[in-house]
Design a binder for this molecule. Structure first.
Ligand code: KG4
Length: 352
């Protein structure tokens, strides 16, 4: 039995937290001591590949099968026993409700059996706070507060002003599609697989980014829009295919490179505006689309051109993982934000 008061009196670097992530189609468990990573196990679900997207009911079932062995492996790899855990952090949302329920209920059962407190974590906050995870043998480069974070995934495109681990403000966001959605939808039109983002990225590396021009939005403030780009991409293909039925096949790499450049330009323009307006040069990247090499290169370019201090996640933290959940749980615990047993998961909600 460990009380909340005991944990708040413990040295932060000694806190051992188990993180559990089950918001979409990855079942993950991780153990952190302080902000130091002891283990991070991820079981991905291949079952969705043939459906061209995540099937919620299949995802819940796969989480149910995976959660016990994944947690056991995370504990074993960390070289600890369940009794060493101080608290359990779990993703409460946003995500697929059926998937979230598996992780939340497992966390509750384990916390009750061990007599330890729980902390709930917002999945989006966790992507941002992944930058604070420390790893054996790796240089530690975490942002000081305040910093800006570009959070780009299949469901979100946001610029967030991160004042502290507990104070995050969305200062700009997409008014229609997310950046990842734009990649995925355009990839689908070209007949590429799902998710299309990584495939577009791969082909883009062999193409000419100046080959085609697509619409860029003109929206006030720091907000984004990607629906116009998607439509202009679609119309371009439709028109060209009338003349040449092999147009896509013959121009795939150039189409991908031009699409990627347009998405990256749109993202970076608003981010630069926010950085200049707010006078903040510490700029981080997070979310699934942060794996995009064109976007990563643009960050390096802005570092050189504008003197930004940039924070680009390791590829392992661009996809869903429990290490970022445990990290956020650590911060939430220090802020005294514990979760009671009657808390239910939430499917939507952008920031907590
Ligand atoms: O954060 P995430 O794993 O989950 C969702 O929010 O769904 O992001 C997934 C998104 C997908 O749209 C995928 O196509 C995109 O991230 N993505 C990429 C790359 N890797 C993943 N987009 C462009 N380039 C990539 N290398």
């Amino acid at each position: 039995m460990k009380t909340k008061e005991e944990l708040l009196n413990k040295a932060p670097e000694d806190l051992v937290i188990l993180g559990i992530e089950s918001s979409c189609d990855d079942t993950s468990a991780s153990v952190l001591r302080g902000n130091f990573l002891l283990s991070n196990i991820i079981a991905s679900q291949a079952v969705h590949e043939s459906y061209g997207g995540v099937v919620p009911e299949l995802a819940s079932r796969a989480h149910e099968e995976n959660v016990v062995p994944v947690v056991a492996e995370a504990i074993a790899k960390a070289g600890i026993s369940f009794e060493d855990l101080d608290a359990i952090a779990y993703t409460r949302g946003p995500g697929l409700l059926g998937s979230l329920l598996v992780g939340v209920n497992y966390a509750k059962g384990l916390a009750m059996s061990l007599g330890i407190p729980m902390v709930d974590v917002n999945h989006l906050n966790a992507h941002i706070l992944a930058h604070f995870i420390r790893e054996e043998g790796e240089e530690y480069h975490a942002p000081e507060f305040p910093f800006l974070c570009l959070l780009v995934s299949g469901g979100n495109s946001q610029i967030i002003l991160v004042r502290s681990s507990q104070e995050m403000e969305i200062i700009g966001q997409t008014i229609d599609d997310a950046a990842g959605e734009a990649f995925d939808k355009c990839a689908k039109v070209m007949g590429l697989g799902y998710p299309g983002g990584p495939l577009v990225n791969k082909l883009a590396n062999q193409g000419n980014a100046e080959a085609f021009q697509f619409a860029k939005p003109n929206i006030k403030g720091y907000d984004y829009s990607f629906s116009g780009l998607k439509t202009s991409f679609l119309y371009k293909l439709r028109d060209e295919l009338k003349e040449n039925p092999n147009f896509i096949e013959e121009n795939k790499a150039d189409l991908c490179a031009s699409l990627q450049k347009t998405v990256v330009d749109i993202l970076m323009k608003k981010l630069l505006k926010a950085s200049k307006d707010l006078g903040i040069k510490r700029v981080a990247l997070a979310g699934g689309v942060s794996a995009n090499t064109g976007l990563r290169d643009a960050f390096q370019d802005y570092k050189r051109r504008y003197g930004w201090d940039i924070f680009i996640p390791k590829f392992a933290y661009t996809t869903d993982n429990a290490a970022m959940v445990a990290m956020t749980g650590h911060f939430n615990l220090l802020a005294g934000r514990f979760a009671e047993l009657d808390k239910a998961p939430y499917a939507r909600v952008t920031m907590a």
